[in-house]
Design a protein around this ligand. Structure first.
Ligand code: 4AD
Ligand code: MG
Length: 467
């Protein structure tokens, strides 16, 4: 037999009948009768299966016995027009080789419970389900689109460190990084830990944000973005928090808060449009299976301008809501940090569209945000989305050295660890801005999945670091 090249199922489904093909993949189902078997084969390249038709006159009984759900196959045959498979073509098998058997008795997905919670406990099968195939392909498409968006605009992808000494974000508790023997920690004379004996000679942690390093990049090459893992040891067991998540942080010299908001809005709309243009099969599957409103909701954010509203106005809206009988778990007052119930009220009930909140009380935001003239608010911005709440957080940065130093002192932060950062304000400081998009929050929106654990292949949450 002449050798032919294996091609992916996605590609074969577009091919003309009559073509000789070699397909490889995993068995989704097998059915049929004594004379003929129908095997649904999937290789992960698409949500769709290709049907393999095996005539028992051609394919021996022992091989067909080993073709069970989950087994991996190499199939050689001819494409023929299909009547029953739901696809235009199917493979009339000439030969089938079982590459790897899958014991039907021990196959974990034949258990009744195939809930998303149960799937989280079977790592290998979880990723092979239709749901995770769709999620993983969309996740990839979004990652690619993010690089494309920034590349097309001339931004530089900056790699910021994962191990860091600064906890400057104040975004949450950090995971410490150490090679010290925890059974025998070196101590100083006064009894405190002697970090000079640790690997880096100082106390280090996993980063909660690449922003501060990103600002150094932006004030050097103008416009940068980071895209990497981010770690927060906050004990938030919610459907929207991970201990390890991915964040995209663009940082731009010469951008004020208006430019920043414009970029953020353009960016998320671009990503949603990209998903609609490139991942429709997977979106349609998720829409049908989990969330009938998904595609409509994606389209709904494209045509309209996001609502811009100040924090103070938003508090007034929420107070009016409370006065008219709306109940929130957390009470509303100026100075509070909004909970997702408040964010979702604004987005879903009050405005009915994505909201960009600006001008927050300085006490609930990080030290680096540009201070407004009123002395009590800062030029921060949060982008709020339906069903998610906050998807982006960012700000114009304080570019004045004096104001920044005063704020650091006011917050009793250590200036010593931040001198490298403050130098950007000493040597040719510029107005600049940036924001952070939580990659998995974006994916929650785009896939319509309800739990953030189900949009990342290997979720890390409190008390859970399996696989
Ligand atoms: O609002 P955050 O804390 O902002 C920053 O870290 C800034 N340094 C960003 C910047 O200006 N460069 O986080 C940004 C986004 C949030 O809006 C949210 O989408 C996501 O990161 N996020 C999380 N996603 C999953 N799990 C968590 N625990 C998250 N914490 C934040
Ligand atoms: Mg935030």
């Amino acid at each position: 037999m002449e050798t032919i090249k294996r091609r992916k199922v996605k590609d074969l489904l577009q091919e003309q009948p009559g073509t000789e093909v070699l397909a490889k993949g995993w068995v989704r189902t097998k059915r049929g009768n004594k004379q003929i078997k129908f095997i649904a084969l999937n290789d992960g390249s698409t949500i769709y299966n290709i049907q393999v038709v095996a005539d028992t006159a051609k394919i021996d009984e022992d091989t067909l016995r080993r073709v069970t759900t989950g087994a991996s196959l190499s199939v050689r045959g001819t494409l023929v027009a299909s009547v029953g498979s739901g696809q235009a073509v199917e493979i009339q098998a000439e030969s089938i080789e079982v590459l790897g058997e899958c014991d039907p008795v021990r196959y974990p997905l034949q258990k009744k419970d195939t809930s998303l919670e149960y799937l989280r406990t079977v790592a290998h099968m979880r990723l092979r389900t239709n749901t995770f195939g769709a999620v993983l392909r969309i996740r990839h498409a979004m990652a690619f689109a993010i690089h494309k968006f920034f590349n097309d605009k001339g931004f530089v992808y900056l790699h910021t460190p994962l191990i860091t000494e600064s906890d400057a974000e104040g975004a949450g508790d950090m995971f410490q990084v150490t090679t010290m023997n925890l059974e025998n920690i070196p101590k100083k004379k006064d009894g405190t830990v002697d970090f000079s004996k640790d690997f880096f000679g100082k106390k280090t942690s996993l980063t909660v944000s690449g922003q501060l390093e990103g600002e150094l990049g932006a004030t050097a090459v103008g416009e940068i973005y980071t895209f990497g893992p981010t770690f927060r040891a906050e004990n938030s067991n919610t459907p929207r928090h991970l201990a390890e998540f991915w964040m995209i942080e663009p940082e731009m010299a010469f951008y004020d808060i208006e430019d920043n908001m414009e970029l953020a809005e353009e960016f998320v709309k671009y990503l949603v449009q990209y998903a609609l243009d490139h991942s429709m099969d997977d979106l349609q599957f998720l829409c049908d299976k989990y969330d009938n409103g998904l595609i409509e909701r994606l389209r709904s954010v494209l045509g309209i301008a996001f609502q811009r509203v100040t924090y103070t106005e938003a508090v007034e809206i929420l107070e009016a809501a409370v006065a008219s009988g709306v109940q929130f778990e957390y009470p509303v007052s100026w100075g509070m940090d909004f909970q997702s119930e408040h964010e979702r009220y604004l987005v879903e009930k009050h405005f009915g569209k994505p909201v960009i909140l600006i001008d927050f009380p300085k006490d609930i935001k990080a030290f680096y945000m540009k201070q407004n003239e009123d002395g009590r608010t800062v030029r921060g911005m949060d982008v709020l989305f339906p069903k998610i709440g906050e998807i982006i957080g960012g700000s114009e940065r304080e570019s004045s050295l004096e104001k920044l130093e005063a704020r650091i002192d006011e917050l009793k932060m250590s200036r010593k660890n931040l001198e490298w950062y403050l130098d950007t304000r000493r040597y040719g400081t510029v107005p600049h801005s940036g924001f952070g998009l939580g990659f998995e929050r974006l994916l929650l929106f785009v896939t319509g999945m309800a739990n953030i654990r189900d949009v990342i292949p290997f979720p890390r949450t409190p008390k859970n670091a399996e696989f």
